[in-house]
Design a protein around this ligand. Structure first.
Ligand SMILES: *[C@@H]1O[C@H](CO)[C@@H](O)[C@H](O)[C@H]1NC(C)=O
Ligand SMILES: *[C@@H]1O[C@H](CO)[C@@H](O)[C@H](O)[C@H]1NC(C)=O
Ligand SMILES: *[C@@H]1O[C@H](CO)[C@@H](O)[C@H](O)[C@H]1NC(C)=O
Length: 461
C-alpha cells in the first residue's frame, strides 16, 4: 500500500524504519508459509527496509511505508510490535509542482492474453484449503468453459473467520487505533449486515484523542498466483481517509506488493501499484495494454523496484473509468475488482455494479473475455513468480498518515479527481486535527464487502 508515482507537490520524506518485528506469535499456518519461502527464517518484517536505513522519498504522495508485516499476526498475539518508532521528519515541500502527467487517452487497445490456465504440474492438487477456508471446493461449474475453479471464499457470516486483525500501530503513521478481533466486534466496527455483507467501519465518536478506532485485517490464505475477485458495494470515502485492498508477500519488498484498490481523501480515481525487489521492470509499451496509465514521478516509472526508486514503484492510475473509486464508486453500489496473477503478468480489472460479467457472478470466470484491464503489468521483464510470492490480502482504512495526511496532499486539489483540497473543504489545516475532532464526518468511511473469492486454474496461466 504504497503510493507510487503521484505527482503532486513534492516533498522530501525521510523515514527511519524500525527494527524488524520479532517475538510475535505467528499463526501456524502462516509460519508454514514462511518457512518454505524465506529461508526458514521466521521473522515478521515490516514493509520497509529492515536495515533501518533512511528512505528519501520525494513526491508528496509518497507513502513512507505501509509496513505490512508480512506475517499475519494471530489476533491473540502479544503486542510486542516494534511500534512505529519511525520518525518522520518530512517535509520540505518543493515548489515545483506541475501536474504534467501523462493524461493519456484510455482507449488503448487491449492485449488481452487469451489463454489462461496454470501450467504448473502440481496444480491439479487444488490448493489445499487453508485452515479457515470456507471454500466450496474445486468443482467448477459444469457448463462453463472456464479453466478457473474456486478454491476459497470469504463471505457471509464466516467472512471474518478468514482474517487476522492487525492490532498494532499503523505502519504508515495514520491517526488510527486498530482494533483486535474482540474489540472490533464489541465496538460494532465490524459486523455482518442484514445483506450478509462484511462491514468494516471507523469510529464516529465526535472527539477522540490519540487515534480514531479503525480496522485492518490480513487474510489467512497464502497464495502465489491465481485469480482473486473482490466485490464491494461501499468503500471508505472522505477527507482524511486512506483505504486500501491489496496484497503483500514476505521479506518485503522481495515477496512483492500488489496494491489493487487504493487512494486517499476525495479521490475518485483508483491507482494500482506494484512494489518489488530489484530487477522488475515494465516494457515501454505497457500503456497500450491498459485503461489506466503509468503515473510519472521522480523516478523511472517503469522500474517497480522499491529501493531503486525510493519506493515509488510502478503505479497505474485510471483517469478514464468514472466510478472505480470514492464517492462515485459508492453511488453505483460499487462493483468488482478482479486481479489475475499469472504467467502473463499481474492484471487488474474493475467492473461497475451494472456491468459485472456473468461468468463472474456464475463463479466461472473467464478473464480472456473481459476486455482491456484497468492495469496490466506484463511479465516480459518481471517474472510474476520470482518477484511475487506467498501473498495475503489486506483490507484497511487508515486515516491521515503518510499519504492522506501529508501536508502537500491535505492542501492540494486538482489531482485524481479531487477538485477542492481537504483543507478548504473541512476548514482544518491538518488532517489529524480533523480526524480527532470531527467523528461524525466519518460515517461514510466504511467497507461493505460482499465477498472475496480465490480461483485457480486447471491448465496454464
Ligand atoms: C490464533 O492462534 C490460535 C492458536 O494457534 C488459534 O487457536 C486461534 O484460532 C488463532 N486466532 C486467530 C484469530 O487466528
Ligand atoms: C480519446 O480517443 C478517442 C478515440 O480516438 C477520441 O475520440 C477522444 O476524443 C480521445 N479523448 C481524449 C481525451 O483525447
Ligand atoms: C493456485 O495453485 C497454486 C499451485 O498449487 C498455488 O501455489 C496458488 O497459491 C494457488 N492460488 C490460489 C489463489 O489459491
Amino acid at each position: 500500500m504504497h503510493v507510487s508515482n503521484l505527482l503532486l507537490p513534492l516533498l522530501t520524506l525521510s523515514v527511519t524504519t524500525p527494527a524488524a518485528v520479532s517475538a510475535l506469535h505467528i499463526n501456524p499456518h502462516h509460519k508454514k508459509a514462511l518457512s518454505t519461502s524465506s529461508n526458514g527464517q521466521l521473522q515478521a518484517k515490516r514493509d520497509v527496509p529492515s536495515t533501518g536505513h533512511k528512505i528519501k522519498a520525494k513526491r508528496l504522495v509518497k507513502k513512507k511505508k505501509r509496513a505490512t508485516c508480512q506475517v499475519k499476526f494471530n489476533a491473540t498475539s502479544i503486542a510486542t510490535e516494534a511500534t512505529t518508532s519511525a520518525t518522520s521528519t518530512d517535509s520540505t515541500v518543493l515548489p515545483t509542482l506541475t501536474n504534467n502527467e501523462n493524461w493519456a487517452n484510455g482507449t488503448a487497445t487491449a492485449t488481452a492474453t487469451s489463454t489462461s490456465a496454470w501450467d504448473d504440474s502440481t496444480s491439479s492438487a487444488s490448493a489445499s484449503t487453508s485452515a479457515s477456508a470456507s471454500s466450496t471446493s474445486s468443482a467448477s461449474n459444469s457448463q462453463s468453459t472456464s479453466s478457473w475453479y474456486k478454491v476459497d471464499e470469504w463471505s457471509g457470516d464466516s467472512f471474518f473467520d478468514n482474517v487476522n486483525f492487525w492490532e498494532w500501530n499503523d505502519p504508515t503513521h495514520g491517526t488510527v487505533d486498530y482494533l483486535n478481533a474482540g474489540d472490533a466486534w464489541n465496538s460494532g466496527l465490524i459486523s455482518i449486515n442484514s445483506n450478509k455483507r462484511a462491514v468494516m467501519a471507523v469510529d464516529t465518536t465526535q472527539v477522540v484523542s490519540g487515534g480514531r478506532k479503525s480496522i485492518r485485517v490480513h487474510g489467512n490464505r497464502i497464495f502465489t498466483g491465481g485469480l482473486i475477485i473482490m466485490d464491494a458495494v461501499h468503500m471508505p470515502t472522505g477527507c482524511g481517509t486512506w483505504p486500501a485492498w491489496w496484497s503483500n508477500g514476505p521479506n518485503w519488498p522481495l515477496g512483492g506488493e500488489i496494491d489493487i484498490f487504493e487512494g486517499v481523501n476525495d479521490f475518485s480515481q483508483n491507482q494500482v501499484s506494484l512494489h518489488t525487489g530489484d530487477g522488475c521492470t515494465m516494457p515501454s509499451d505497457m500503456n497500450n495494454g491498459q485503461v489506466g496509465q503509468l503515473t510519472t514521478g521522480s523516478y523511472d516509472s517503469y522500474n517497480c523496484a522499491s529501493y531503486a526508486t525510493s519506493n515509488q514503484g510502478c503505479g497505474v492510475r485510471d483517469e478514464v473509468t468514472q466510478n472505480a473509486y470514492g464517492e462515485p464508486f459508492n453511488a453505483i453500489g460499487g462493483g468488482v475488482y478482479a486481479t489475475r496473477w499469472s504467467k502473463a503478468g499481474i492484471t487488474v480489472w474493475f467492473f461497475p455494479r451494472t456491468n459485472i460479467p456473468s461468468d463472474i457472478t456464475n463463479d466461472s470466470p473467464e478473464p480472456s473475455g473481459w476486455g482491456t484491464p484497468m492495469a496490466h503489468f506484463p511479465s516480459d521483464n518481471c517474472s510474476p513468480y520470482q518477484f511475487f510470492y506467498d501473498h495475503f490480502n489486506i483490507f484497511d482504512t487508515t486515516l491521515c498518515g503518510d499519504w492522506a495526511g501529508a501536508d502537500g496532499v491535505w492542501n492540494y486539489a486538482g489531482y485524481a479527481g479531487q477538485s477542492e483540497s481537504c483543507a478548504a473543504q473541512t476548514g482544518y489545516s491538518t488532517c489529524a486535527d480533523y480526524v480527532l475532532n470531527q467523528g461524525s464526518a466519518f460515517a461514510e468511511a466504511y467497507w461493505e464487502v460482499s465477498y472475496v473469492k480465490y480461483f485457480n486454474s486447471t491448465t496454464e496461466v
